[in-house]
Design a protein around this ligand. Structure first.
Ligand code: 3PG
Length: 317
């Protein structure tokens, strides 16, 4: 556990916001207002290079990022750094072990961008069901089976929206009690094979960890019913791309949509055309509202940590 700090809160501290993918303007203004009204200084670097990051972080005491890669080299370049806040949910971009060694607290901002990601799930699903709007007859979501893989903040929002479409919803999450899902009108599933074999749509919300990387591949996808659609707004790393390509080759009825291009995007697109769709950049959390919520939460959390060691969402130990 990174130890709590008790800083004298009577000097100006530098809070660095470094985002390769910029926040919406309203979010940047709100983050600036939050930092300025605390009497501290905001440094904003958008679309910066690695060199820009290494330079800007030199005197930063807090660092706010999105999916930007933060490793030991960045931490070595930042002798004053005490807290990193990932404005978002997934923190697979941050080297937690290195942060702990450097005595740096890492937090995320759970739930702040989850509605945006959940809405994109349905944006992409409807688009696929309507054949990417090519004018040909498509299909509807009502009465179809949706399987949600991981019932965290995004998964729960997906379930909430799916109810509006009249879908039959089930979910798999070994960390969530059946009663929690049932209270949301969601049928708990305890086996990943069943999740894939029983659902027309499977929506992935698992984090990218050593256990989940490349865990979704040929065997699981082949279990999907006729016309199945795999939806990935989680991480490209959880997909075994070779296995998925093989499954799509053998099953011309299956489709795949992903919020971020897979490494083999060209091969997917060449082989499967309109049966696949990929956003060019991760877009799930790219809304003014999600940027505002996650950005302001990140700024408030960073300041609270610097002020009195507040670390409710710390993810490194
Ligand atoms: C998350 O983990 O919060 C989402 O994937 C959003 O990531 P982004 O901030 O890079 O858009």
């Amino acid at each position: 556990m990174v130890g709590l700090i008790n800083l004298e809160y009577n000097r100006i501290m530098k809070i660095l916001v470094f985002t390769e993918k910029p926040f919406a303007a309203n979010a940047v203004k709100a983050i600036a207002d939050t930092v300025n009204s605390s009497g501290n200084e905001l440094k904003l670097v958008e679309m910066g290079t690695r060199e820009d990051l290494l330079e800007a972080v030199k005197d930063a005491e807090a660092l706010i990022v999105r999916s930007d890669k933060i490793d030991a080299e960045v931490m070595d370049a930042a002798p004053e750094l005490k807290v990193i806040v990932r404005a978002g949910a997934g923190y697979d971009n941050i080297d937690l072990e290195a942060a702990t060694k450097h005595g740096i607290c890492v937090m995320n901002t759970p739930g702040q961008n989850s509605n945006a990601v959940a809405e994109l799930v349905f944006g992409m699903v409807v688009m696929m069901c309507r054949n990417q709007y090519n004018g040909k007859s498509g299909s509807e979501l009502k009465d179809k089976n949706l399987g949600i893989y991981a019932f965290g903040q995004v998964g729960r929002n997906v379930a909430r929206i799916a109810k509006g479409f009249g879908m039959k919803i089930s979910a798999l999450d070994k960390f969530v009690a059946d009663e929690v899902m049932e209270a949301e009108g969601v049928r708990p599933v305890h086996d990943v094979d069943a999740l894939f074999s029983e659902n027309d749509f499977v929506s992935l919300h698992i984090p990218a960890t050593a256990e989940t990387k490349k865990s979704i591949g040929y065997d699981l996808v082949m279990k999907m019913p006729k016309g199945g659609v795999l939806v990935n707004t989680a991480r490209k790393e959880v997909i075994d791309e070779d296995g998925l390509i093989k499954a799509l080759e053998e099953r011309p009825d299956l489709r795949y949509v992903s919020d971020i291009k897979p490494d083999s995007a060209e091969e997917f697109e060449k082989k499967f055309g309109a049966r696949v769709f990929f956003t060019p950049k991760k877009m799930g959390a790219q809304t003014a509202e999600a940027n505002f919520n996650a950005g302001v939460a990140a700024a408030e959390q960073a300041l609270a940590y610097l002020k009195d060691g507040w670390n409710k969402y710390q993810v490194n130990k």
